[in-house]
Design a protein around this ligand. Structure first.
Ligand SMILES: Nc1ncnc2c1ncn2[C@@H]1O[C@H](COP(=O)(O)OP(=O)(O)OP(=O)(O)O)[C@@H](O)[C@H]1O
Ligand SMILES: [Mg+2]
Length: 146
């Protein structure tokens, strides 16, 4: 059972790539090494771009941040311990546990793209970020802290 208390969602509208990047930087100032970030949205919604903004806040240049689709997990030389994951190819919980990442929950800032499969396993503090693509290509971003 999820007993965490959710705050009311925050909504942002980002008309450009730059605005989404800046939103990532701003949200990052509220993250701690205990937080897990769940990044949702369709292919190309902007999850990795938002992570680039967050990593910039922690001192990592945007060019170093790529979607870790093939490696599954990326570590970056940031000012706090951070792991960037893309679980698009993880289709069962056994494969998730084989990664051994659940031991890092609460010990490193985890930024997880495609987290749907493991969502129920994630303890607070966490933040769920859902990006949707609007008709004019702007991104609507919903952020829920719990
Ligand atoms: N308003 C906008 N805000 C953010 N990105 C935009 C916007 N308009 C267009 N884009 C484009 O959307 C793409 C977002 O790509 P990104 O890799 O961040 O998506 P993703 O959600 O990580 O996808 P994947 O599920 O494949 O990992 C970029 O190519 C970017 O140029
Ligand atoms: Mg991505």
């Amino acid at each position: 059972m999820d007993t965490s208390i959710k705050e009311a969602p925050e909504y942002y509208r980002c008309a450009s790539e730059d605005e989404l990047f800046l939103l990532g930087e701003r949200l990052a100032s509220r993250l701690t090494p205990q937080t897990t970030v769940l990044l949702k949205g369709t292919l190309g919604a902007g999850k990795t771009l938002l992570v680039r903004g967050m990593m910039s806040y922690f001192g990592v240049s945007p060019g170093m941040v790529a979607s870790p689709s093939f490696a599954i997990v990326h570590d970056y030389p940031a000012s706090i311990p951070i792991k960037h994951l893309d679980l698009y190819r993880i289709t069962d919980l056994d494969s998730w546990y084989q990664l051994g990442i659940e031991e890092e929950l609460g010990r490193a800032l985890l930024l997880i793209e495609w987290p749907q499969l493991i969502e129920a396993e994630i303890p607070s503090p966490k933040v769920e970020i859902s990006i949707t693509i609007e008709a004019d290509n702007a991104r609507k971003v919903a952020v829920v802290w719990s």
